[in-house]
Design a protein around this ligand. Sequence first.
Ligand SMILES: [Ca+2]
Ligand SMILES: [Ca+2]
Ligand SMILES: [Ca+2]
Ligand SMILES: [Ca+2]
Length: 222
Amino acid sequence: MNELYEWIEQHMRKHVLHGAGLKLRDMDTNKDGKVSWEEYKAVEFNPFIEQGLTGKVLEELKEIVSRDKRRFEFSDTDNDSLLSKEELTLFLHPEESKRMTSYLVDENMDVFDKNKDGKVSLEEYLGAGVDQLNQHTVTTLSTSFRNELDTNRDGSLDKKEIRQWILPGVEEDPIHSEADYLMKQGDADKDNFLSVEELVKQYKVFAGSRVTRYGDLLKEEL
Ligand SMILES: [Ca+2]
Ligand SMILES: [Ca+2]
Ligand SMILES: [Ca+2]
Ligand SMILES: [Ca+2]
């Protein structure tokens, strides 16, 4: 189990760091090896802003920009207003870090919890645009809210339920739950040890799991 844990951790880090490195190269226009908010914004948002958006769409874009800005600042752990490669990794892959997953949960709570009572009701979940949705969509959303998201059936979503909703399968420690999952699926003879044969046999399960990116890594490994 520990070996598998280490293997996943090692590969996950390598993989996300590599991705962040590529992103950094794209965005770092002044070539100081770090990404400023202006550099990020220029790549991610300026093309949209330049399209001359108006009205509701512009409002939505502004909301996304300010959300990203907050996440950017939160990822800037040494407070120099620039994201290093490691900090950019946190920003781009918040689900990989404990500190960032709780941030994501808070962020979503903030977005949905309009009356600020610390819970997301069905009305808040459906949102202000509910009038424009057709009846079928409203019914589907309501049903999934009641049956899937609101696990303790008290009519609203607390932080724990929001975490399950936005990061399904990601427990407090993403690497551990990943290792657990792979182990459960792959350990055919239940000796708590994952042999290469079992790994190969279960390869399809791995590759098809939510961890497709680890599936890709497996492909390279095997
Ligand atoms: Ca830069
Ligand atoms: Ca920084
Ligand atoms: Ca609320
Ligand atoms: Ca609940």
